[in-house]
Design a protein around this ligand. Sequence first.
Ligand code: PPS
Ligand code: ADP
Length: 205
Amino acid sequence: MAEQKATNVHWHHGQITTEDRNRLLNQKGATLWFTGLSGSGKSTIAVALEEALFKRGKLSYRLDGDNIRMGINKNLGFSDEDRTENIRRIGEVSKLFVDAGLITLSSFISPFREDRDQVRRLHEESNMPFIEIFVDCSLSEAENRDPKGLYVKARAGEIKNFTGIDSPYEAPEKPEIHLHTDTTPLDQEVAIIIDYLVQHGLISE
Ligand SMILES: Nc1ncnc2c1ncn2[C@@H]1O[C@H](COP(=O)(O)OS(=O)(=O)O)[C@@H](OP(=O)(O)O)[C@H]1O
Ligand SMILES: Nc1ncnc2c1ncn2[C@@H]1O[C@H](COP(=O)(O)OP(=O)(O)O)[C@@H](O)[C@H]1O
């Protein structure tokens, strides 16, 4: 847990609430947290879901490991400590976006259970929906896909601390949604998530 350094700081409330913004957008802001191995399909699913939601008139926004690591988190690498800080910051950013009323699609390997649970607590203590989506894919399939050629480099020792090779991945124990991307087609994965959002009253039918 990061230490609170600044003293004498106070949260400033405005006149418009999260609920007001949700009503304006006709949706309920939520964080959909995609976790899984590199190449498991997190980004592919988030991109397809964003399009499906857009077509239904729902506003979502994607936060993605590679993109975030080229901006707000460009000073972080892949040590355990840096991954924890990466997820802590993204958890806070996701929460701000939910407060803004957005369906936030956060796709990060997020290999440590405690880091994901911390983001969950951060949301739940403010009554914000947090939906953990386990993008489950065998290492052999992810390695076979190797969309960015990173597994080849990791096996050759050119990338150190690569998740699944020489850095751990702790699978979620009770994710809200568990997708099996080895066997389930993309359109079905999107349908499963949309169905969940409708069933839980986050978007309308
Ligand atoms: N050592 C190592 N281990 C894992 N991944 C690596 C590494 N080096 C670079 N990359 C690339 O960075 C992307 C993962 O970043 P994340 O921010 O999602 O990682 S983490 O949640 O902090 O573990 C990951 O993107 P995805 O493949 O989309 O998961 C890789 O493209
Ligand atoms: N059922 C599936 N769901 C998601 N991606 C799939 C599926 N089947 C094959 N793929 C492919 O797997 C790769 C996943 O890459 P990517 O989405 O970048 O993964 P990640 O963001 O988890 O690193 C893509 O090339 C995608 O086309």
